[in-house]
Write a protein that binds this ligand. Structure first.
Ligand code: KG4
Ligand code: ZN
Length: 382
């Protein structure tokens, strides 16, 4: 069964075709990173406009890569996206319904609803956060991998019960999956998501956007013991997260360190966060980045260990953009007694193959939704 996946929840316009929830036939991602980098974060209106511009060409490319141009009828106008004939090859369309930026979600859902209607295909509304876990069910050709790791191709597909740490720019959750579509959210962030904290600290230190990879890179040459930042204590039994405290602690520490370089008589708390990156030297920034990263990683792994002891899952997977973080992978590997699974980098961050993979399980469970009724929901919960 071939599912066309469509993803536009944030700043990537993506389309993919996945066979039987597992085999990637195509996976096209048009990133807007360059567009947003100048603002130091994603600008919702800019994101939505860009999705409109590239949505149909991205779908077109995903279909062509999956099935080849030679399978299309001779009469098709190559410039016309609407004429793409994939009636026979696609069995259903899966689209991110939420959570995410509303303007961005609307472009993807409207596209999918229209295609489902005119091509007469079943439509599946997908939760983006849940779908991140399905990057671990995708099979990729090891020779095409841009990074190495413990991959499903090497260790087999994850088995249930499965404990998932889902950490992205918008979400930080620990979820226990008993089976496909059958899960329990054990804990989630009460304020900032882990990736959001990475992005904000990178902005504070002037390291660039997106912040996760920038912090990880700076941390490589920094001392992770240089500064002791607090780990939020929400109770030993509690599996929720909170990252606002560490974020403020980093700001205060950075202000203190910047004080000698600031105007005479300044109060550290009055040094503007936008001035910090100009006042700190590069090695201090690297040390802050390394210490901050260590605090976040330790906080994430502490809760995973509690959940692991409590539920004794067969597999632990990490998913979402922050799962690309090597320090997080290494620490989980060091502390867990079982192997962890994570997808290659390009499948950890937003893509449509993971949407199509989860769409397959929706199809198997007859969860098709009327294209006229599918709504984008910016705060869709798992
Ligand atoms: O899953 P994703 O692509 O989009 C959302 O659904 O949010 O995650 C993006 C987030 C960003 O906050 C980015 O800074 C973070 O993932 N990220 C990382 C790394 N690569 C991406 N965080 C830490 N370390 C990384 N190597
Ligand atoms: Zn995501």
């Amino acid at each position: 069964m071939n599912i066309l996946g469509i993803e536009t929840s944030c700043d990537e316009t993506a389309a993919a075709v996945v066979q039987d929830g597992q085999i990637i036939l195509s996976n096209v991602v048009a990133s807007q990173i360059d567009l947003h980098a100048q603002y130091g974060g994603v600008v919702p209106e800019v994101a939505a406009r860009s999705h409109i511009e590239v949505m149909l060409p991205v779908v077109q490319q995903a279909l062509e890569e999956a099935f080849g141009a030679d399978r299309r009828p001779q009469t098709v106008d190559r410039q016309s996206d609407a004429n793409t004939d994939y009636r026979d090859q696609i069995d259903g369309i899966a689209v991110t319904a939420g959570p995410g930026l509303l303007g961005s979600l609307l472009i993807g859902t409207l596209t999918a609803r229209t295609l489902a209607e005119i091509k007469n295909k079943p439509l599946y509304g997908i939760n983006h956060v849940e779908a991140h876990v399905y990057a671990n069910f995708l099979t990729v050709n090891p020779s095409e991998l841009p990074d190495s790791g413990l991959l499903s191709t090497v260790y087999g597909l994850p088995t249930f019960p499965l404990l998932a740490l889902i950490v992205s720019g918008g979400h930080s959750q620990i979820v226990l999956f008993n089976d496909h579509l059958d899960y329990e959210v054990l804990g989630q962030t009460r304020d900032d998501a882990a990736g959001e904290a990475f992005d904000k600290i990178a902005k504070l230190l002037g390291l660039g956007f997106p912040g996760g990879p920038a912090i990880a890179e700076a941390a490589k040459r920094g001392d992770d013991q240089a500064y002791a930042f607090p780990k939020a204590k929400l109770g030993k039994e509690n599996l929720d997260y909170s990252f606002s405290g560490v974020k403020t602690a980093v700001l205060r520490q950075a202000q203190k360190l910047a004080l000698p370089m600031a105007e005479k008589g300044s109060d550290p708390i009055c040094i503007k966060s936008s001035d910090i990156s100009k006042l700190l030297d590069d090695q201090v920034k690297r040390d802050i980045a390394a210490s901050f990263q260590k605090t976040v990683v330790d906080t994430l792994v502490d809760r995973v260990m509690v959940a692991y002891e409590r539920y004794q899952p067969k597999n632990v997977v990490i998913a979402g953009g922050v799962a690309a973080n090597q320090a997080l992978r290494a620490e989980l590997k060091r502390r867990l007694p079982i192997e962890i699974t994570y997808a290659p980098m390009h499948l950890c961050t937003d893509n449509a193959a993971m949407i199509a993979s989860l769409g397959y399980w929706h199809a198997k469970a007859d969860r098709a939704i009327d294209p006229k009724l599918l709504q984008a929901d910016s705060s869709l919960a798992m």
